[in-house]
Design a protein around this ligand. Sequence first.
Ligand code: S3P
Length: 433
Amino acid sequence: MPNDTITLSAVPRLRGTIAVPGDKSISHRAVMFNAVAEGNARITNFLTGADCLSTIGCMQALGVQIERSGSDVQVFGRGLRGLRAPASILDCGNSGTTIRLLTGLLAGQNFSATLTGDDSLRSRPMLRVVEPLRRLGAQIDGDEHGKRAPLTIQGQTLHGGEIELTVASAQVKSALLLAGLLADGPLVLFGKIVSRDHTERMLSAMGVDLRVEDDRITLYPPAHPVFPYPLSLRVPGDPSSATFWWVAAAIHPDAEITTTGVCLNPTRTGALDVLRAMGAQITISNQGKEGQEPVGDVTVRSAPLTATEIGGDLIPRLIDEIPVLAVAAAHAHGTTIVRDAGELRAKESDRIATVATELTKLGATVTPTADGLIIEGGGELHGADVESYGDHRLAMTLAVASLTAEGNMTIADPSSASVSYPTFWEHLSQLAD
Ligand code: S3P
């Protein structure tokens, strides 16, 4: 694959079975949480994308021994108080999950550390974690008084308390829960607590006393040093990665794709609900459990699609999938409206702007709004020179759009896909073969 551009065109059919790589959110957490566990753990099917490797690099720089062989990872936990001051600035690369969760984990340590990342990460909002952590007693400074990275965290004694979450963000929720592990009293979170819940599931399985009710989450800091227990696990397949193939199969006139072992945690399956509502033909089989997470195989076949509305409580359940769902909407009969998704502007790129700009280049009729997109479906897409803005999900979204577009599409910077899906281009060739 050329490093700088890739040229693609429509394929006559799509067929095959793909085991998408391990889930990004769970991979980050498996390494980070086990790094502060009291013992050793083995993680299999770990996502070897650049983002999760940033988490490994940071935890190693904090004194944790981590050995990786492909997607097998051994973490030698050092306990909640066992991390060491890093010798230099911690580089979180492109990864929002790494920087935000680490900010919470480091807030209550007895040393100081500085976290930074690439241009995209340094432009993303950090006050959403910094401000509530400060209310627990954290001392965090950063660019524009903590609005942006680099962030310097001077470890402090943290206090428990009640914090209202004002953004439905699993990164913010998780940062606070990690800080709460080291606080001197219980932490209660209320407000927008519904977002992906891998942190809650994993910490509970590690023996942390964490209680989830409809409107609040309460975490009691472990009183006994045996907690958290180490947790060996196999990471289930990433539904955010699988959605590229679900949309590809749904829009293509001759397609049948099965993705195996995908995480079907209900906080992550909004894209399946939307595709079903649009008329996609979806079958779920081999349902089971992988550790704390429900999993299954998902098969999608070609079907005519109709427009839908995407908003409200659905948004946190499919926030990362909206770019590729916009491609499905461009193929659907009618006008699809995405609303309540202003969070898209705070992702690896401003995904409201970048999705609208790039899909418009392909002939789609897409209007960006303050908090979403309006997509007039039904027109034919055509090839063009398009950009990924270094945003992995945009690169893969455009590749999916090429599968039915008329003429050639050249995507700049396709290698950004490796942030979350290092084998994306190989899987694409496999399915089109
Ligand atoms: C993630 C949470 C989401 C998501 C990101 C991964 C996580 O971000 O977009 O890709 O692992 O907690 P927000 O918490 O900012 O919504």
